[in-house]
Design a binder for this molecule. Structure first.
Ligand code: PLP
Length: 403
């Protein structure tokens, strides 16, 4: 054996975390090692970007590793899907071209025309639009209910028709908290699945499957990817029959990410733990600063003792996250002015990247719910607190608020 090859052979057996070890390890170890073992041929530590649409077969039907066509499976995506399942403490992960593609695939996997879903009354605007303008036309009805009110969620169920109880916790942008254990029991009593959109918390802060949820949804565009350079989505489940249904629809509908996007998302996931801790540190400092600022009439953050979901959040989340919303004293005009005056916080949609973002939900991310029950307050500003130097963030907000 030539020297390089013999060294690689040795390294392939020692000095890396096997998948068996990775599955049982702590969060950060799983995020870094689960889903992929160094390439047996080259020793590549990071999953290569398999830019291929098809795979050579060794005789008709003789697939190598099950790979046939990249809509069905691609090794770069397989590595990401394995890592997503591991960090969410699920059995199977599925990656999609966007969070909404994941959501649509899930609805078509488990609902038929005539079915019904309960959705948050302050859901992400795009999720509401998906149910209201797409799934409704396809025959799946929906009713909004506050995720923080288990009785209201129970009352919104249509016996025999409700197949999904869909929650975000924390919600976007009001940061309301749903009790995942209680909601799971309400869903299961009704023969429905509990779906938790875990985008805001990220798997580092909260693992809904461990609390009884059936499906976790992510816009991996946000904290999982973490660098505002890729759009993606994910579903993670424990039940293998449900996984089978989703896997069938993932391939049949085909809203999958390409290998470049899967690579970037997987790279982001590896540093999720350290990034989230800094997001939380900075968000806590921002909350403290805003709470005493004369131009702010209310700060919304689940880490505050006066937040109605504080006790539940403390039970089911590790920390309270990097998203902060606040209402200003001078109404909508004032909120718009604050959004336009920051220099470190970038005015833009999205969230969860390393850079801080500011936005006006009423005119931006949630414009699609204007005039509906899901409308958000006009004086509300939403921050995605990034991981920059915290003093720069505080000075920027002080300037924007007119201090
Ligand atoms: C909570 C939440 N869920 C789902 C989505 C949709 O994800 P995507 O934009 O990746 O399609 C978003 C997007 O902002 C979101 O904030």
């Amino acid at each position: 054996m030539p020297p390089a090859a013999s060294r690689i052979h040795r390294l392939s057996r020692v000095g890396h975390v096997t998948q068996e070890h990775a599955q049982k390890a702590g969060f950060e170890t799983r995020a870094i090692h689960a889903g992929y073992e160094p390439d047996p041929t080259t020793g590549a530590v990071i999953p290569p970007i398999y830019a291929t649409s098809t795979y050579k077969q060794d005789g008709v039907g003789g697939l190598r590793g099950g790979y046939e066509y990249s809509r069905s499976a691609n090794p770069t995506r397989t590595a990401l899907e394995g890592a997503l399942a591991a960090v969410e403490e699920g059995e199977r992960g599925f990656a999609f071209a966007s969070g909404l593609a994941a959501e649509d695939t899930l609805v078509r996997s488990v609902c038929s025309p005539g079915d019904h879903a309960v959705i948050p009354d302050d859901a992400y605007g795009g999720t509401f639009r998906l149910f209201d303008k797409v799934e409704k036309v396809w025959g799946v009805a929906h009713s909004p209910a506050p995720v923080s009110d288990v009785d209201a969620v129970r009352a919104a169920i249509r016996p025999g028709e409700t197949k999904l109880i869909w929650v975000e916790t924390p919600t976007n942008p009001m940061l309301n908290i749903g009790d995942i254990e209680e909601l799971a029991s309400v869903a299961h009593d009704a023969g429905a699945l509990l779906v938790v959109d875990n985008t805001f918390a990220s798997p580092y802060l909260q693992q809904p499957l461990s609390l009884g949820a059936d499906v976790v949804v992510h816009s991996t565009t946000k904290y999982v990817g973490g660098h505002s350079d890729v759009v993606g989505g994910a579903l993670v489940v424990r039940d293998l029959d449900l996984a089978e249904q989703i896997g069938f629809h993932q391939n049949a509908i085909g809203a999958v990410p390409g290998p470049f996007d899967a690579f970037l998302t997987h790279r982001g996931l590896k540093t999720l733990g350290v990034r989230m801790d800094r997001h939380c540190d900075n968000a806590e400092a921002v909350v403290e600063f805003l709470s005493t600022h004369p131009a702010v009439r209310k700060v919304v953050y689940p880490g505050l003792a006066d937040h109605p979901g504080h006790a539940v959040a403390s039970r089911q989340m590790k920390r309270y996250g990097g998203m902060v919303s606040f209402r200003v004293t001078g109404g909508e005009e004032h909120a718009l002015r604050v959004c336009e005056r920051t220099r470190v916080f970038t005015l833009g949609e999205s969230l969860g990247g390393v850079e801080s973002l500011i936005e006006h939900p009423g005119r931006m991310t949630h414009a699609s719910v204007a005039g509906t029950d899901l409308e958000v307050p006009a004086d509300l500003v939403r921050l995605s607190v990034g991981i920059e130097t915290v003093d720069d963030l505080l000075a920027d907000l002080d300037f924007a608020l007119g201090g």
